[in-house]
Design a protein around this ligand. Structure first.
Ligand code: SF4
Ligand code: FES
Length: 246
């Protein structure tokens, strides 16, 4: 396939940035999207140009690093997938593909397509933990967990912290990410001691980082590669209300 790539290039955080076009021949439909960018970067390096900086690590949908907005959609046109699991067979010969970084005040651009997502780390640091005595592993049946709660907690725990929910939200809200962590810990007995302090601290941190408020547009769940459901946000709001009432 022959493709035209329109890629956001930005030297550093202070640079204004601009879209730059690149022509790429011989793209195989079997390549992953990131392999296609590798091919472009190899060419740029051979030509003595600065390669395009983009985040990636596991390349198997686990780490949440591959944060690209492709043709206006976080992680691109494939439903429920990460950029690293997107393949070029989703595109056709002659396509023009735009590639941009996550855009949110709380995710400032570091270079080209790489953004700083340490705001997510600080939300976790504010309350995304439990206090538990250390030592040997507890007896498995000592703390029974209802099956439905275990299932919902597990589903919420599959959030990989990619930030696609923020990038898709018109308010750049981090509610789905934060709610996934609140739901994961709040449904388990081990998460109960800090439950209401946790929700208050994490939501305060979310606001302090500059993420917007949730207005129930649902864009977040539509792009979430792990299918975190919208109802997790209702769980967060219910806990926040209980915390406020004491
Ligand atoms: S909720 Fe989904 S989209 Fe948001 S950070 Fe977690 S995995 Fe990514
Ligand atoms: S590179 Fe790890 S999820 Fe895509």
């Amino acid at each position: 396939m022959k493709l035209t790539l329109k890629i956001w290039r930005q030297k550093n955080a202070a640079d204004k940035g601009r879209m730059t076009s690149y022509e790429l021949d011989d793209v195989s439909p079997d390549m992953s999207f990131l392999e296609m960018l590798d091919v472009l970067n190899e060419r740029l390096i051979l030509e003595g140009e600065d390669p395009v900086a983009f985040d990636h690590d596991c390349r198997e949908g686990i780490c949440g690093m591959c944060s690209l907005v492709i043709d206006g959609t976080p992680h691109g046109p494939e439903k429920a997938t990460t950029t690293c699991q997107l393949h070029m067979r989703k595109f056709k010969d002659g396509d023009v593909i735009t590639i941009e970084p996550w855009r949110a005040r709380a995710f400032p651009v570091i270079k080209d397509l790489v953004v700083d997502r340490s705001s997510f780390d600080r939300i976790i640091q504010a309350g995304g933990y439990i206090s538990a005595p250390t030592g040997s592993a507890p007896e498995a049946a000592a703390l029974p967990v209802p099956k439905d709660d275990a299932n919902d907690a597990f589903d919420a725990a599959t959030c990989i912290g990619c930030g696609a929910c923020v990038a898709a939200c018109p308010n750049a809200s981090a509610m789905l990410f934060t709610a996934a962590k609140i739901t994961h810990l709040g449904l388990l007995p081990q998460g109960q001691p800090e439950r209401y302090d946790r929700v208050t601290a994490m939501v305060d941190q979310m606001d302090a980082e500059g993420f917007g408020g949730c207005t129930n547009t649902g864009e977040c769940t539509a792009v979430c590669p792990k299918g975190i459901p919208f109802e997790t946000i209702s769980r967060l709001n219910a806990d926040l209300l209980k915390a406020a009432r004491g």
